[in-house]
Design a protein around this ligand. Sequence first.
Ligand SMILES: Cc1cc2nc3c(=O)[nH]c(=O)nc-3n(C[C@H](O)[C@H](O)[C@H](O)COP(=O)(O)OP(=O)(O)OC[C@H]3O[C@@H](n4cnc5c(N)ncnc54)[C@H](O)[C@@H]3O)c2cc1C
Length: 426
Amino acid sequence: MTDTAALPASDQTLHDIAVIGAGPAGMTAALLLAKAGYGTVLVAPPANLDDGRTTALLSASADLYARLGLWETLAPLTAPLRRMRMIDGTDRLIRAPEVTFDSAELELDAFGYNILNKDLNRTLSEAADAASTLTRVEDTVSSYAFLEDHVVIRLASGGEIRARLCVAADGRRSPAREAAGISVKSWSYPQTAVVLNLAHDQPHNDTSNEFHTPTGPFTLVPLPGRMSSLVCVVSPEDAEPLRAMADEDLALELERRAHSILGKFRIASRPQSYPLSGLTANALAGHRLALIGEAAHVFPPIGAQGLNLGLRDVACLAGHLTPAGSPLADPGADALLKAYEKDRWQDITSRTAAVDALNRSLLTDFLPVQMMRSAGLYLADRLPALRRFLMKEGIAPGQRLKGLPLPFPKAPRLRFPAPKLPRLPR
Ligand SMILES: Cc1cc2nc3c(=O)[nH]c(=O)nc-3n(C[C@H](O)[C@H](O)[C@H](O)COP(=O)(O)OP(=O)(O)OC[C@H]3O[C@@H](n4cnc5c(N)ncnc54)[C@H](O)[C@@H]3O)c2cc1C
């Protein structure tokens, strides 16, 4: 229900949960928490139906949408990602061998399912409108007051909403996080991701092709039919000329960079650009506040991790708020929020560090790091146990390395320091 008018400026209802933000993380959280029985209100401007990016939904994310009864609607809009090919696109002295990871080796149908963000957002937004237990308020939050037993959420339009728990899904700048005084570690990369969708002559055979170039990955990810999404990570100076090119010139230039592996390209959507940065919040919970999605963590688009990590936040928070067999508790109780934070900490910090190290290993000219990266890919190509471990870690974290005869290669030492990630708050 889109219900701005139904919530008067002096609304005194004490809602169980207010989710702030109608990005994919916020809409998924609101649907899940409302379905669990909490009186939930979703506060945000309308969902972004113009987002040119795509998301490869890993199997845990697909399971989450199945739980919400949405997978049947989403699945036909996705393309399965069955193989991932990594190609060294540098002309450096030490080059890595080409490695292909195949989901069949893990007896999986696919590593993930790639979908246009605008299709995902539209489906979630329609489901949120249709959910009878979810109240939707199309507005921006202007300020917060975190009181003893509830949060007062003041709207730009002048109204107020009260809730026992505020779930901040309000993106990387998160005004809710700031209002609660939660600090962040943030850093930036000398890189910009140019993203667009392409039609091509040759079939992609459900294979994602990732060229590692000296400025970052150039990744073609399957979409339904003879279409792929492209994430092309370049220096900020190179991004603007690419974005300004006419469609025909851009198609030729991108086909050249892709070594024509999918034949001729045709531009299907105008390029959008995203400067790359990283961020980790120093706490994932505050008084009557939980952070999810990019309000809690941001990192470069490598290995289809960002939103999948955000959806794991959602599943974990919902798990703590709805323990099997127990009645619904005060969702803003301190102990529940601390337990959520403790559960999510390891996954978030380890993913952030791994993606950061991978990205930096591409950027560095430092020969030992290049050798380390090449050796890692060489071993992955030769050792099925290591390859399976890497594939499992990519799609579901926390697997153990079994049956691998060699010690796992140590993380490379980098010439420029990696971000110091925060410790779990006590
Ligand atoms: C180039 C690129 C490619 C990517 N590819 C992948 C991929 O393949 N797989 C993957 O898992 N991840 C990927 N990611 C990451 C993924 O896109 C993000 O993690 C995801 O979009 C973040 O979603 P979110 O819901 O947390 O935040 P957002 O989508 O940023 O949503 C924030 C919401 O908060 C609202 N908001 C903000 N302020 C207020 C306020 N004051 N009041 C009310 N509402 C407010 C906004 O309007 C918006 O609705 C990629 C990222 C990039 C840059």
